[in-house]
Structures are given as C-alpha cells and as structure tokens.
Design a protein around this ligand. Structure first.
Ligand SMILES: Nc1ncnc2c1ncn2[C@@H]1O[C@H](COP(=O)(O)OP(=O)(O)OP(=O)(O)O)[C@@H](O)[C@H]1O
Ligand SMILES: [Mg+2]
Length: 331
C-alpha cells in the first residue's frame, strides 16, 4: 500500500447525522455540515486545512477523529469550539444554526461546547491554584450555585480527584500529568456542556495512565450524557473507545463508520496505512478491550440496530470512489 494509493481514493463526503453509528446512543446535539477552513499564507497562498467536513455528535456517544499530524483534526475542534472562524459550512447545536459573529447566543454556544487541549500544562495557569481554576468557571456558568467551594468539590469528585480538599490549594506544577488533565476536564465540566471536544487527551500521558483517563472520559460521557469528540492519532484506542470513527486525511474525512468496522476492515487505503503504521505499540487497544469500557461499548454495540451503516447514505463510498483523486491541495 502506497501513499499514492491513498491519494487516489475519493474522500467521503457524508452528510451529518445520517445513520451514524453514534446515533444509537442518543439524539443529535452538534452537527457540522460542509465545514471548511482556509488559512491565508504569505504570498497569496492558501492552505485548505479543513475541507467539506460533515458529521454529527450525539448525546452519550463517542465519535473519534483519527489522522496523522497536520491532517486538520485540531482545526475541526477549534472551528466547533468557536476558537477559529470557519471559512465554509454550517454548524448547528440542537438544531439551531450557530452564528459565528459573536453576541450572547455565541457565548452561550461556546459554554455548551467545551474544548480540552492535549497539553494540560499549557492550558493551566502556573500561578493559580486548582481551586482558582475551577471557581472562576463555576461563578460564570453556575450562578445558581450558592456555595462555590461545594461546587468545586463536586467537580473534583466528578473527575476522581479525591479527597477534593487535597487538591484545591495545589498549583499545576504540584500535580502529575494525569491529575492536571483531570483538572482541565473539571474546568470544562464547570460550564455544564452538552459537547466535550477532547483533543488528544491522553497522548502526552504515560501509557499506564491512559487507560484510566479514557475510562474516566467513558464514565463522564455516560453519566453526563456528553456528546464526545475524541481526537487521536491512535486508531487502536479509537476502536475500543469510540462508537464511530472518522478518518481524516489532508483536511478531509476519507472514511467513516462504526469503530469496529473501520478498524477491522478499513476500506480506504489511507486508513489501511494508518493501521499498518500504528500497530498499537502501547498495547492500549488490548488493555482497553479487556477493560470495563470495552465491555460497556460491546453491550451497546450488540444492542445497536442494524441500520448503523458503514458510511452515511448519500456519501460516496471510498470503495466505489476508488480511482478518483481528491481535489488538489494548495499547501
Ligand atoms: N493558525 C494557522 N495558520 C496557518 N496554518 C495553520 C494554522 N493552524 C493550523 N494550521 C495548519 O493547518 C493544518 C492542520 O493543522 P491541525 O493542527 O488542525 O492538524 P492536526 O491534525 O491537529 O495535527 P496534530 O496531530 O499534529 O495535532 C496544518 O498544516 C497546520 O500547519
Ligand atoms: Mg492537533
């Protein structure tokens, strides 16, 4: 399998929300339709970082966005989080189109759609305590919370940082990488979001902690009915953690489907390359498989109606589209 072969296959351009494997979990919350981002570079050049990306996020479901470095994963998350302005396409939250031109509605949207970064060190301010990091969003997003301290304790307990009192006065440098990442999750949860965009949440953590962290995320999305976007390089973890897998290449989604199908029977040459070149070196996949989250996911998959199609209807199948080239990139 060559990279040229990957280039030769047509991209998937499925419509959002149609027969996604994730739809069996709950209602559609966030939908991206024809999302695109062009970055203007020097000398009049344009980088099409994201092109015609459509998918849905569903309450209580995990959708994994998988692809190599530079494929556009974080840009998709930033477009959804309102941190970057989209060049093309529409985003709807609970059926309502999202206006990116600021205002109160956009601020409300941004609190509903929380983004957690890969680097928990970079996202926490070193001069502030954990308590400070969490009390600010509590005051902002939970005005009805009479006792801010109590609300902060509840958040810490939600991310399994207990006893909470041991953590509130600590500074980021006094925490382990995993603990910092949990504080980042707690801060995002303070807004009581419907959607959590987790951008490579475990890739900077020790292998031994990754399983714990994914299990925590799995637990949170179940208990809080979060619509979760899980961004990762690691297609093996996506297999066991996600309901649906979207494979990104050169700014486009080139393959999508139920996690088990995409990872076990990849149709697109690029997905095949991704799996061949990342044979689960950390063995995370097999650990996850034997873990609780896999058991839960397995039960849910078994209960899923047979309509959970491999590719959205109306989308060109990567198989049927073989031989066509994606539009050329101007990067
Ligand atoms: N603000 C920006 N200005 C110009 N180009 C950008 C900007 N942000 C991202 N890019 C480019 O867009 C492309 C996609 O970047 P993005 O960060 O979304 O990739 P990624 O899939 O998240 O990669 P990684 O796995 O390394 O995090 C890359 O070529 C990147 O250099
Ligand atoms: Mg990224």
């Amino acid at each position: 399998m060559s990279a040229d072969a990957a280039q030769d296959a047509a991209p998937d351009d499925g419509q959002p929300g149609t027969e996604s494997a994730a739809a069996a979990r709950g209602p559609l919350v966030l939908a991206a339709d024809g999302l695109g981002k062009d970055f203007k570079l020097g000398g009049g050049a344009v980088l099409h970082a994201v092109r015609d990306v459509s998918f849905g996020l569903y309450s209580g479901a995990v959708v994994a966005l998988v692809g190599e470095s530079g494929s556009g994963k974080s840009t998709v998350a930033k477009l959804l989080a309102g941190q970057e302005r989209r060049s093309h396409g529409t985003v709807t939250l609970n059926g309502k189109p999202v206006d990116i031109h600021g205002g109160r509605a956009f601020r409300q949207y941004k609190s509903q759609v929380q983004y957690v970064f890969q680097d928990p060190f970079g996202s926490l301010n070193p001069v502030h305590t954990v308590g400070y990091h969490l009390s600010r969003p509590v005051k902002l997003h939970q005005p009805e919370a009479g006792d801010v301290k109590q609300a902060v304790t509840a958040l810490l307990e939600q991310v399994r940082l207990t006893p909470a009192a041991q953590f509130t006065e600590k500074f980021p440098h006094e925490l382990s990488g995993g603990q910092r990442q949990r504080v980042s999750f707690a801060r995002a949860l303070a807004a009581r979001p419907a959607v959590l965009l987790a951008d490579e949440p475990v890739s900077m953590l020790d292998v031994s902690i990754r399983l714990e962290m994914l299990s925590l995320l799995d637990d949170l999305r179940t208990r809080l009915s979060l619509a979760l976007l899980y961004i990762t390089h690691d297609i093996a973890s996506a297999r066991y953690f996600a309901d649906e897998v979207l494979v990104m290449y050169g700014g486009r989604i080139v393959e999508r489907g139920p996690a088990e199908d995409v990872t076990q029977h990849p149709a697109h040459p690029y997905t095949q390359l991704l799996i061949a070149s990342a044979p689960d070196p950390d063995n995370l996949g097999s650990v996850l498989k034997s873990g609780n989250s896999a058991a839960r996911a397995g039960r849910a998959r078994a209960a899923r109606p047979p309509t959970a199609a491999r590719s959205a209807p109306g989308a060109r199948s990567p198989r049927t589209g073989a031989g066509r080239r994606p539009p050329s990139s101007s990067r």
